[in-house]
Design a protein around this ligand. Structure first.
Ligand code: AMP
Ligand code: MG
Length: 356
């Protein structure tokens, strides 16, 4: 299959309208279109068509029990897909949609179980991106869209990342430039007694609690140690149990006093160099000049977590193209967005965090 890579132009113009019509038609006819959202690029198909959804799983190599998020362009579409939408959920939709918040509800029969990984619940989000909203309206159906990467790889934040993984596997990629946020949506389960965060993201627990009071947190989101993961525990978001976001090289993070972390990484990089191994270091603006004997990339300033989130997956992919043998990185706990960033980095590192 030939994958069409099409730019969405900055100005309002006929070309964009023609592109949106063509892309919407592909979705309507059961094809696959990758498109930008404010979080990461999504790989879209008609969310009401099992066969189309199946193509997403094939293109990504995604396990079939890992459900998809349905993207909508108007809040009212929620009631077509979901049952028992609570007043609390409506408050969250009012406050955060369009935006990086996915809500889980009991599903209506119209949603095929091939889209929900066999669950009787459905995940729904209204993205805050004009291209995404126009595409959903042009297709005339909700669009099921997981991140547009091969399963296990870092999520795409540029159209070029999508092409790296999906060229020849899907019908079209719409290039809308770099995404704004860079990490996937916060997922909140609204189908239980109390709202529960199943995946942390840009919309944080305190932000949610300001609107609906107490919000629970699924413990999988804060697991740091692989032994806890392998204990007899089933995450509520099935995707959380899979290896994710991984660069090609081995990746280890170091936690502790930052000057000690730098010193330790420098010692390891020197040993690697002596063995003929190429080291990559994920540094920050504050530490980049302190590393030696390695390919060093800054992920942004430690004090601006939004920039770190935006650069995260790009930095992991950049190390793939530099063909390093091993990657070392610093950690980013100590605030809410930092915890969401660490949730991704820990998985990218296959749970390898060492204290120094
Ligand atoms: P992705 O779109 O690749 O970011 O992955 C979507 C995430 O949403 C996965 O981790 C899924 O497990 C989660 N998800 C989607 N639908 C549901 C659902 N009905 N219940 C729980 N988690 C879900
Ligand atoms: Mg994903």
């Amino acid at each position: 299959m030939q994958t069409k890579l099409r730019p969405y132009l900055d100005t309002n113009c006929d070309e964009n309208d023609i592109l949106m019509k063509e892309a919407g038609d592909i979705i309507k006819e059961g094809g696959l279109v990758a498109f930008p959202t404010e979080t990461v690029y999504g790989l879209g198909a008609n969310a009401l068509d099992t066969d189309a959804a199946k193509k997403i799983y094939e293109a990504k190599g995604r396990p079939s029990d890992n459900p998809l998020i349905a993207h909508i362009a108007d809040k009212e579409q929620v009631y077509v897909l979901a049952k028992n939408v609570s007043e609390e959920a409506e408050k969250l939709m009012e406050k955060f949609w369009p935006g990086p918040l996915t809500l889980i509800f009991e599903k209506q029969d119209i949603v095929p179980s091939g889209v929900t990984g066999g669950l009787n619940t459905v995940a729904i989000r209204m993205p805050d991106n004009q291209i995404a909203l126009k595409l959903i309206r042009s297709a005339g159906v909700p669009i099921a869209a997981p991140s547009a990467n091969s399963s296990g790889r870092p999520s795409p934040t540029l159209a070029g990342h999508v092409m790296e993984d999906m060229d020849g596997r899907i019908d079209m990629v719409i290039d809308g430039g770099q995404v704004d946020i860079g990490i996937e949506s916060t997922i909140v389960d609204m189908s239980g007694e109390k709202p529960m965060i199943l995946r942390p993201g840009f919309i944080t627990k305190p932000m949610l609690e300001e609107v609906v009071g107490e919000v629970l947190v699924d413990k999988i989101t804060v697991i740091k140690d692989k032994s806890q993961l392998e204990a007899d525990y089933r995450p509520k978001a099935p995707g959380m149990k899979y290896r994710h976001y991984a660069p090609k090289a081995e990746f280890i993070m170091f936690e502790g006093d930052i000057s000690k972390v730098v010193e330790h990484i420098n010692e390891l990089s020197k040993l690697n160099m002596e063995k003929g191994l190429k080291t990559g270091v994920i540094a920050t603006d504050e530490t980049i000049s302190k590393y030696e004997n390695a390919m060093v990339v800054s992920i942004g300033s430690r004090t601006i977590r939004e920039t770190v989130a935006k650069n995260l997956y790009k930095v992991l992919r950049d190390f793939d193209s530099m063909e390093v043998d091993i990657i070392y990185g610093e950690t980013f706990y100590d605030d809410e967005l930092g915890a969401a960033i660490m949730n991704r980095l820990i998985k990218a590192a296959g749970y390898r965090i060492e204290e120094v």
